[in-house]
Write a protein that binds this ligand. Structure first.
Ligand code: PEP
Ligand code: MG
Length: 324
């Protein structure tokens, strides 16, 4: 089977009824290995900038960050690279920036940290912008957004970074900016967010964790953690429809996008791109190439009628079995 899938990897990610489903890749380290996929993907849907930060001994400086980001942007150019600003806290700690909290997933995380430390965010934004000079494929993504005020603050810092660099003779284009939809509150503020940013990227890992109030890393409650819970699927379906109505492209970069059944559901809901870890690409591409958009829409409709996670899983397994 893996040989068959491998053979298909140079084929377009297109359904039998002609719908193109762009597949993108999530990156962190090892740009070389992933960049070789360039001809098979639509770009980088999520570059987790905290990953390289986790293996250094202190915050990398502007020059060092510029080098890291240039490697990503150049490696995948002209494809877009969505760079997420530092998403530490929760389960991701930097050895040189410990955060000790009773409830880390509900605490100082993502943009909450970097807005409290604008000097850290400014260095990062300046480095991203510098790295993008002459390439034009940078997109900036803001993690763990809860309030529109956080987006406004981050956008102000971005404008400041652009003008500072301009004064230093480094002229850069303003990148497209997106918000991670992973805190449930944002599901109810899409219109306000749409006025401020260019795209939405759904973090289904955290969105599931927060909608279900289940720690994504706690084995004791692992059985409850399920992105195919009817409440999560219903939230995702509404989000896709509303984003479309608002004219804001929405994609998914959480694990659900790398699961073939999940990917088909997301395609049927109308998400515009799916971003996943590189090893998931072959099986998701194969699923897209076997199932029509119409069938995927029907799958969504049938699945949304089910009221418990177990029934959803069973239904998805049955259908996937038929499509193999
Ligand atoms: C997510 O939450 O789904 C996501 C993609 O981000 P991370 O896994 O890095 O929190
Ligand atoms: Mg997340």
């Amino acid at each position: 089977l893996s040989e068959v899938l491998e053979h298909e990897q140079d084929q377009p990610s297109r359904t039998p009824d002609g719908h193109d489903m762009p597949l993108m890749v999530n990156t962190g380290l090892a740009v070389d290995a992933v960049a070789s996929l360039k001809s098979r993907i639509g770009g980088v849907g999520l570059y987790r900038t905290e990953v390289p930060f986790m293996i250094t001994e202190r915050f990398p400086g502007e020059q060092e960050q510029t080098r890291l980001y240039r490697e990503q942007l150049e490696g995948f150019s002209p494809l877009p690279v969505v760079m997420r600003t530092l998403d530490i806290g929760g389960d991701k700690d930097l050895p040189y920036f410990p955060i000790d909290e009773a409830n880390p997933f509900l605490g100082w995380r993502g943009i909450r940290v970097t807005l409290d430390h604008p000097e850290v965010l400014m260095v990062q934004l300046r480095a991203m912008l510098r790295a993008s000079q002459g390439l034009d494929n940078l997109q900036v993504l803001l993690p763990m957004v809860t309030n529109v005020g956080e987006v406004d603050d981050a956008l102000r810092l971005l404008e400041r970074a652009i003008s500072e660099l301009g004064e230093e003779g480094v002229v850069v284009a303003r990148p497209r900016v997106g918000v991670m939809i992973e805190v449930p509150a944002t599901l109810y503020q899409l219109e306000a967010l749409a006025k401020r940013v260019d795209f939405f990227s759904v973090g289904s890992n955290d969105l599931t964790q927060y909608l279900l109030a289940v720690d994504r890393n706690n084995p004791r409650v692992a059985e409850l953690y399920d992105a195919c819970h009817p409440a999560v699927l219903s939230a995702l379906a509404r989000l896709a429809a509303e984003s479309r109505a608002l004219g804001v492209p929405a994609s998914v970069c959480g694990e659900l996008a790398g699961d073939p059944a999940g990917a088909l559901l997301l395609m049927g809901m109308g998400f515009e791109a799916l971003s996943m870890n590189a090893p998931s690409l072959p099986k998701v591409r194969a699923a897209v190439r076997r199932v029509t958009l119409e069938a995927a829409k029907q799958l969504v409709e049938d699945t949304l009628r089910l009221d418990c996670p177990l029934a959803v899983r069973r239904h998805l397994d049955d259908r996937m079995g038929e499509w193999q």
